[in-house]
Design a protein around this ligand. Structure first.
Ligand code: SD4
Length: 287
C-alpha cells in the first residue's frame, strides 16, 4: 500500500526518515507527523523550531505549532506557548478537543502543564548568544531586527489512506511579544483532507496568511489538479498580486501531498525539503 511523507527544509530529514519507517510498519499518519516533528523540536541546533529556537525581542522563546487530522478535520494549535518541550504534541492533543482547540500564550502553557506535557526551558545558551549579538547589531547598525525564520511542516499519508499535517516554529526572530505567523493558522500554514491531500507552508507568515494558500492548494487538488500544479497555481498568481500592492514581499515555500502519494512544491527562494514514500527512501531535495 502507498505511504508517503513530505517535510519542509533540510531539518525535516531525520524525523521524516524515522516517520517513513513507522509508516512502513503500519504506523498512522498522525503518529508519524507528531514523532517526526518532535525530532526537529528536540534538536538544539535548529534555530527556528522548538528547543534552540530563537527568541522574541524580549529574549523569550514563544513557539507556534499546529496539527490537523485529515479524517476528522480536527485542528489543534498553540501560539506563543512557552517552556513546553514539544508544542506539536500539545497541538495534537488539542486537535481532539471540540471546544478550546486553539490556545494562545499563558493559556496554552497552562493546558500543557495541566495535561502532563513535559516542561523545559527552551532557550539554549547558543540562542541567547545569537539574540544578544543581534540586539547589539540592531542598536549599532540600525538594522532591521527581523532576520531568520523557518517552520517545519510535515504531511503524512499512511497505508490506510489517512492523512495528517503538522507544523512547528519559533516564528520570526526578534518578533514582538505575542506575534504569530501563518504556521498555527488553519488554511494559511497548513491544511489536510484525507479524501484529497494536504499542504504546509513556510516563509514570512505576515505575507503567507494573506493568501490562505494551504487551503487553496487542497481546494485545487480537490478539483483533480496535481499537487505540483496546485502549488504553482496557488502561489505564483498570488505573489504577483502581492507584489503589485506591496512591492517588497517575503519568502514563501509550499509543499503538498495528495492522497495517491504524489507531491508538489512551489517557492520564491532556494528551498530544501525532505520527501520519501513506499518506493523511494527519504532524501533531501532543492527547489
Ligand atoms: C512564521 N511562517 O512564523 C513562520 C516562519 C517560517 O520560514 O516558516 N519561516 O511566520
Amino acid at each position: 500500500m502507498t505511504y508517503a511523507m513530505i517535510g519542509t527544509w533540510r531539518m525535516a530529514y531525520e524525523g521524516l526518515s524515522q516517520g517513513l519507517n513507522l509508516l512502513k510498519s503500519g504506523g498512522s499518519s498522525g503518529d508519524t507527523v507528531e514523532s517526526a516533528i518532535k525530532v526537529v523540536e528536540d534538536y538544539p541546533f535548529f534555530k527556528s523550531v522548538g528547543y534552540g529556537g530563537l527568541p522574541n525581542e524580549d529574549g523569550l522563546v514563544e513557539l507556534d505549532s499546529a496539527f490537523m487530522n485529515g479524517d476528522t478535520f480536527g485542528v489543534g494549535a498553540v501560539m506563543g506557548i512557552r517552556d513546553v518541550k514539544n508544542p506539536i504534541s500539545v497541538s495534537r492533543s488539542l486537535s481532539k478537543e471540540h471546544f478550546n482547540s486553539v490556545l494562545v500564550g499563558d493559556g496554552a502553557t497552562q493546558y500543557a502543564v495541566k495535561n502532563g506535557f513535559e516542561l523545559k526551558n527552551m532557550l539554549t545558551s547558543r540562542a541567547k548568544k545569537i539574540w544578544e549579538k543581534r540586539k547589539r547589531e540592531i542598536a549599532e547598525k540600525n538594522l532591521s531586527p527581523y532576520d531568520g525564520h523557518d517552520t517545519v511542516g510535515m504531511i503524512s499519508l499512511d497505508q490506510e489512506g489517512s492523512m495528517s499535517v503538522g507544523t512547528s516554529t519559533s516564528g520570526l526572530f526578534m518578533k514582538k511579544a505575542g506575534r504569530t505567523g501563518d504556521s498555527a493558522l488553519v488554511g494559511d500554514g497548513f491544511y489536510v483532507d484525507s479524501d484529497i491531500g494536504g499542504a504546509a507552508a513556510t516563509g514570512l507568515g505576515e505575507d503567507i496568511m494573506k493568501g490562505c494558500l494551504c487551503y487553496e492548494i487542497v481546494r485545487l487538488m480537490g478539483n483533480g489538479i496535481s499537487p505540483q500544479d496546485a502549488c504553482d497555481q496557488a502561489l505564483y498568481p498570488f505573489l504577483r498580486k502581492l507584489k503589485k500592492h506591496f512591492g517588497k514581499i517575503g519568502e514563501f515555500s509550499l509543499v503538498a501531498l495528495n492522497k495517491s502519494g504524489q507531491w508538489g512544491v512551489a517557492t520564491n527562494v532556494e528551498f530544501t525539503f525532505a520527501m520519501g514514500n513506499d518506493h523511494e527512501t527519504a532524501a533531501v531535495y532543492i527547489a
